[in-house]
Design a protein around this ligand. Structure first.
Ligand code: SF4
Length: 150
């Protein structure tokens, strides 16, 4: 399964915040991916900076893999494709992991855990609170058995 690094962090953060993953109006597959990776952290994934398993079925996904959604909360608005690609390359660089690396969710989250706290400064979405990101991610890592304390 191909996954964007930040999509995994979004899912684990939501898990730590008690989010119940359900089908989204966009039609994307976050709820399916969340169920798969949260129930088996030994699942193998390929870390990509491009359309991934979460994007499957999304109304904003073009057949060529480009995302046409726009982040209107930024001024000026920014293409989500551009925002996501920049974020994922930055995140991989911060974690010292190469693009297209295949590893398990557990291995990826262990690398993430070594950067907690700190990673929330790289990967908190626009207009969102870094502390909330950090708390949710930390709790999610604990719930998954990757981290033993807060
Ligand atoms: S990145 Fe774009 S295509 Fe993928 S789920 Fe989000 S809005 Fe949809």
């Amino acid at each position: 399964m191909k996954l964007r690094p930040h999509h995994i962090l979004d899912i684990v953060t939501g898990y730590g915040q008690g989010v119940e993953y359900k089908p989204h109006p966009y039609g994307h597959s976050q709820h399916i991916v969340a169920k798969a990776i949260l129930s088996d952290v030994d699942i193998k994934i390929k870390l990509v900076a491009g359309a991934d398993a979460v994007c499957q079925g999304c109304k904003h996904l073009l057949p060529d893999g480009q995302c046409v959604d726009v982040l209107h909360q930024l001024d000026p608005p920014v293409s989500k494709q551009e925002y996501n690609d920049t974020l994922d390359y930055r995140l991989l660089d911060y974690l010292n992991i190469n693009h297209d690396t295949v590893m398990t969710i557990r291995e990826y989250l262990k690398s993430v855990n070594r950067k907690v706290p700190g990673i929330e400064r790289i990967c908190t979405h626009p207009k969102r609170d870094q502390k909330e990101r950090l708390n949710g991610l930390t709790k999610g890592l604990i719930n998954l058995g990757i981290r033993s304390d807060s």
